[in-house]
Design a protein around this ligand. Structure first.
Ligand code: CUA
Length: 166
């Protein structure tokens, strides 16, 4: 039997055309986003050794917390850990309103999350990688942050807060 004799129902052919058009549309959308608009998937800011990140004196996470870089600009080094008792170090930070805070968050054990309420900060925290995001806190108030990845029996108590003073 030659190829010409194969009958393709018009209904089936239309769906084949439709799925091919969809494929081209999606490939175009991804190409435009990646090359035209420069949108990239999150890449690790930095690699670290999760076994020594909390203890190496040269590691900023051996002394986690806020550092004021210049007026109104801060770096916040935060260590997320399940061992020994599910916590962020530090658990609480205070900055004045209008501050821009760059968060550098890593884990010394398992996968955690980091989500700050009422901001666009919401990312995964992986052992061996540093997740970075900058948030500007324009309004005074309390911004709670919580772990968004199930990380064990203490997952529910893994939280902290940023206080923004007027
Ligand atoms: Cu850490 Cu859930």
């Amino acid at each position: 039997m030659s190829a010409q004799n194969i009958h393709i129902d018009s209904y089936e052919r239309n769906w084949m055309i439709f799925s091919f058009v969809l494929l081209v549309l999606f490939a175009t959308a991804v190409s435009v986003a990646a090359f035209g608009m420069g949108i990239e998937v999150p890449a690790p800011e930095q690699r670290v050794d999760p076994n020594t990140v909390a203890t190496d004196p040269n590691s900023p996470w051996s002394n986690p917390g806020l550092r004021e870089i210049s007026a109104g600009k801060y770096d916040a080094y935060i260590l997320a850990r399940a061992i020994p008792n599910w916590e962020y170090l530090p658990r609480e930070m205070t900055v004045p309103a209008g501050s821009s805070v760059s968060f550098y968050v890593t884990s010394s054990d398992v996968q955690h999350g980091f989500m700050i309420q009422n901001t666009n900060a919401n990312f995964m925290v992986l052992p061996g990688q540093v997740s970075k995001l900058t948030v500007t806190f324009d309004k005074a108030g309390t911004y709670n942050f919580i772990c968004t990845e199930f990380c064990g029996s203490g997952h529910g108590v893994m939280y902290g807060a940023i206080t923004v003073t007027p």
